[in-house]
Ligand binder design. Sequence first.
Ligand code: CA
Length: 415
Amino acid sequence: MLRVAESFDLSDTGRQRRANEDSRFARAPLFVVADGMGGAQAGEIASRLAVEAFEPGLADQGGLSPEQGLRERVTEANERIHALAQRDRARQGMGTTVTAAAVGEHDVAVAHVGDSRAYRLREGVFERLTEDHSLVEELMRQGKLTPEEASAHPQRSIITRALGPEPEVQVDSHTWPAEPGDVYLLCSDGLTSMVSEGEIGELLRDAGSLKEAGRGLVAAANEAGGRDNVTVVLFRLEAVGAAPAEGATAEHDATPTGEEPTMVGARPGAEDLTADAVRSAVADDEAARARRIEPRAAGQEEAGEPARRSPLRRTLVALIVTALIAVPVAIAAWLAAGSVYFVGASEDGFVAVYRGLPYDLPLGMDLYGESYVSGVPVRSLPRARRVTLLDHTLRSRDDAADLMRTLETGELGAR
Ligand code: CA
């Protein structure tokens, strides 16, 4: 059985556009990129509506395969965008591409409309999984253009299918057998129109992590001119046994991962954070804090009868008491740290999500690790917002992910 080991997503306005009309969604096992078009912010709205259609996930689509589920969501998104465009004159003609992937137990389903693409890197082989619904690609398929001509064609950004313009849309979809270690890339044409497929494949192969790959791809598009908004969503698959050893997984997951970046919401399956898990994690944390006040109580008790105890004996008692208290506190905190998140500032000043508890234990033990670094600089936030956002409140993974999304989309909207 497969699951998403990690994911990374990033969107950038590029060097020439003033607004970012791309939207993205990354919550394992579902990943989406949408590239909107249309004046007066209509493109932004269209792409946001497209990804929002995936918010509920595919779980409630009883009996449908992931591929059918994706098709349903895309169809639904088209209806919503079309209806809004009909109602609102300023939004007439708005549209968006959409490329969505869903990870199943043994496969990956992809559905798409337009020219946002899906790629797969498997054992060093980089392959495109989607065919653009664009003018140049159709001319190419008809043999009227060579790939070289197509990549330089002045009308290469014209797409022949989109969500929004028509009441019904033709969706392309396919399900591929997947392998552990596969890396998938969804991206908007702001990447593929600026960086060749050869270079994209090379960047992916050479990167030490998905984060490095994602940042490298966006940087490459910008270095090539950054003419368009660029969005990348990356995810890597791993194998899981039929019955994963829960203790082992929790221990591993609770270990601060340090350099290994994972998008909030990227670890599915065994460690999925339910309301119960949050409650028990918070209870553990409270238990840990409650137990922390115990040394003082013990000390007071001891102070009541000092004459009867030698200094050596007192030291021994103190040591034993400390050990009895510190060990359960450390264990409780360690367990709690695996399933809670908090928002803080990264070392280089960006709003970031940390997995764990905002405390350090003695002997330099951290109870947290960096989970996701947003593209939003802390100093770009109004002071009041900064204070409430960075107050280290414990959050569930979904809560932290939602907060980041709001922050990042709000930030994009403000640009
Ligand atoms: Ca675009």
